[in-house]
Design a protein around this ligand. Structure first.
Ligand SMILES: Nc1ncnc2c1ncn2[C@@H]1O[C@H](COP(=O)(O)OP(=O)(O)O)[C@@H](O)[C@H]1O
Ligand SMILES: [Mg+2]
Length: 364
C-alpha cells in the first residue's frame, strides 16, 4: 500500500482481511496500528515521494509477486509507475491510463471524442465574460486552483469555471467496463490564497436517475478508452440537470472513508478483483451517510499529549509540529443525511481545532 498517506488503503486492507505493508510520508499512528509493517518514505521536493527511496524500500521489503496498490502521489508520475510495474505486481491503473487522464489537453480531447461534457480549456487567456480557473498540471487537493483570466508557464493551464456543486462518483474499472458504486459531495475549506482547498466528502448522495445513468454510461466509455483498472473516482460539477466531468483519479482515494463500510463488501477486495478482470454486480445497498473532513492548522501549533478522539483518522504522533495551513488529521461523522454528516464533521473539526490550539497555548 503506497501513497502520500497510506492510512485509507491500510484501513481498507484490514477490512479486506489482508496484512498490509504501508509505505508513505506520514506514518500516522493509525497507519502504524493497522499495518503489518509501516515504512516512512523520504520526502522529495514539495509533498512528493522520492522515487529512488521508494524503489529501494520496495526491493528490501517485498518480492515481485506481492500485490502493490497505489493511492495519491502518482498522478503526475507515469514514468515512476512504469518502473514500479516492471518490477512489482502493480494492481491498478497503469502509466498509459495516467498519461491519458492526467494531462489536461489529452484528457479534454478524450472527453470530446467520447462525447462527455467537460469544461473548455483556454490557451493563455479566457474569452471576455467567461469565468475561468488556473490549475497546475498534476495538482491535487485543490490548493493549486485559483480564479484567473490568463496563465503562463507549461505547468499551469486555464479552464472554464462552471457553476454548480462538486460531486464525485466512485467506480470500479476492469480496463474495459465500469461499475458505478455511488456518489458523494465534496466541499472546499477555503483559506487566504487557496479558495478551492479540499475540505472533505460526504455521501452517499443520490442524483436524478437519468443523470446517474448518463454518468455511468460516460464512465463506461472513459474506462474502456483509458483502461482504468480497479477503484477510481470521477469529479463532476452538477448544476440542475447539467453535469460536467472535471477530473478522474484512477486510483483508490478519499471516497474509501465514505464508502468502505457495510453493507458494501470490502472495497479493496473489489479493487483487486476488478484489476484481475472481474467486476462485481451493481451494489444492492449503500452504507449509511458519513462524512470525512480534513482538518488544517489555522495557526502554527504543536500536538499535545491528550489522545485524539476515536472519530479522528490520520492521527499524527504526539509532539508533531504544524505550520499554518498544514493538514493535521481527518475527522469522521455520521448523520441522517450526507448534509447532516458533513455539518457534524465540520462542527467536530472546529471544536477539536480550538481544543488542540488551546492545549498547546496552555502548555507553551
Ligand atoms: N472547472 C471548474 N469549475 C468550477 N469549479 C471547479 C472547476 N474545477 C475545479 N473546481 C472546484 O475545485 C475542486 C477541485 O477540483 P479538481 O479539478 O478535482 O482538482 P484537484 O485535482 O485538486 O482535486 C472541485 O471539487 C470544485 O469545487
Ligand atoms: Mg479532484
Amino acid at each position: 500500500m503506497i501513497g502520500l498517506s497510506a492510512r485509507a488503503l491500510v484501513t481498507a486492507a484490514r477490512r479486506a482481511g489482508l496484512a498490509a505493508l504501508a509505505l508513505d510520508l506520514f506514518a500516522d499512528m493509525d497507519t502504524l496500528r493497522l499495518a503489518a509493517k509501516s515504512v516512512t518514505l523520504r520526502r522529495g521536493r514539495g509533498l512528493t515521494i522520492e522515487a529512488a527511496d521508494l524503489l529501494d524500500q520496495l526491493a528490501r521489503h517485498i518480492g515481485p509477486d506481492t500485490p502493490v496498490v497505489l493511492s495519491s502521489g502518482f498522478e503526475h508520475r507515469p514514468r515512476l509507475v512504469e518502473r514500479l510495474a516492471s518490477r512489482f505486481s502493480l494492481m491498478g491503473s497503469d502509466a498509459r491510463t495516467l498519461r491519458l487522464l492526467k494531462q489536461p489537453r489529452a484528457f479534454a480531447e478524450l472527453l470530446a471524442e467520447l462525447d462527455i461534457p467537460h469544461p473548455r480549456l483556454f490557451e493563455r487567456e479566457a474569452p471576455a465574460g467567461v469565468p475561468a480557473l488556473a490549475k497546475r498540471v498534476g495538482g491535487a487537493g485543490g490548493q493549486h486552483i485559483r480564479p484567473a483570466r490568463r496563465v503562463s508557464g507549461r505547468q499551469r493551464y486555464l479552464q472554464e469555471r462552471l457553476p454548480g456543486r462538486a460531486v464525485s462518483a466512485l467506480f470500479l474499472g476492469d480496463r474495459r467496463s465500469a461499475r458505478l458504486i455511488g456518489f458523494s459531495e465534496q466541499w472546499c475549506d477555503p483559506a487566504p490564497g487557496v479558495p478551492f482547498r479540499y475540505g472533505g466528502a460526504a455521501g452517499p448522495i443520490q442524483l436524478e436517475p437519468p443523470m446517474e445513468h448518463a454518468i455511468a454510461a460516460a464512465l463506461e466509455r472513459v474506462t474502456n478508452a483509458a483502461g482504468i483498472a480497479g477503484l477510481a473516482s470521477a469529479d463532476l460539477i452538477v448544476d440542475g440537470s447539467r453535469w460536467h466531468l472535471i477530473e478522474i483519479n484512477p486510483r483508490p482515494g478519499a471516497s474509501l472513508d465514505v464508502f468502505d463500510h457495510p453493507p458494501l463488501p470490502p472495497l479493496l477486495r473489489l479493487h483487486l478483483e476488478a484489476c484481475a478482470g472481474h467486476l462485481p454486480a451493481p451494489p444492492a445497498a449503500l452504507p449509511p451517510p458519513r462524512a470525512a473532513g480534513l482538518l488544517y492548522a489555522p495557526v502554527p501549533f504543536t500536538l499535545g499529549a491528550e489522545p485524539l478522539p476515536e472519530w479522528v483518522a490520520d492521527c499524527p504522533p504526539q509532539g508533531a509540529a504544524f505550520r499554518a495551513g498544514d493538514p493535521v488529521c481527518t475527522v469522521f461523522a455520521t448523520g441522517d443525511s450526507a448534509g447532516q454528516a458533513r455539518s457534524a464533521a465540520q462542527d467536530r473539526a472546529r471544536a477539536l481545532m480550538s481544543r488542540l490550539i488551546c492545549a498547546d497555548g496552555a502548555a507553551g
